[in-house]
Design a protein around this ligand. Structure first.
Ligand code: SF4
Ligand code: SF4
Length: 130
């Protein structure tokens, strides 16, 4: 019975989306030379649904430094920068609850559709918002 199921899987379309090749590390895409040279079609990322809560976007110019976002953040993601009266967010700690977005009185914070955030370096530029 199990063998029958396993065999049928070989001819069934996968239910999951393949990871988009353009986000793979170069050590992998370099090995898959065909993808780099454009002979193989890249798999696009999965479209995100409406109101998806991805990486928090920060509009530095709008921010008035009120620190309300810091007060409501349950994961202590946000740090105040007193020298410039702005904030810094450490994305690796974020739970994407969007409470900071709701609390901001000047709409300086917003949810984005970015979800491909994996990085071996937790202090990478892409994981720090300021
Ligand atoms: S989305 Fe939630 S966890 Fe992330 S920074 Fe905002 S309040 Fe903190
Ligand atoms: S709540 Fe908005 S305005 Fe206040 S510090 Fe946070 S981002 Fe800036």
């Amino acid at each position: 019975m199990i063998l029958k199921i396993l065999f049928s899987q070989l001819f069934t379309r996968p239910a999951t989306n393949r990871f988009p090749a353009k986000y793979m590390p170069k050590s992998v895409t370099g090995f898959l030379g065909k993808i780099q040279s454009g002979k193989t079609k890249l798999v696009p990322p999965v479209p995100v649904p409406p109101r998806f809560r991805g990486r928090i976007a920060y509009d530095r110019d709008k921010c008035i430094g009120c620190q309300l976002c810091i007060r409501v953040c349950p994961a202590k993601v946000i740090q105040f920068r007193p020298e410039v009266k702005k904030i810094r967010m450490h994305v690796t700690r974020c739970t994407f609850c969007a409470q900071c977005v709701d609390a901001c009185p000047v709409d300086a914070l917003a949810v984005s559709d970015q979800f491909l955030l994996a990085d071996p370096d937790r202090s990478a530029e892409s994981l720090t918002v300021e």
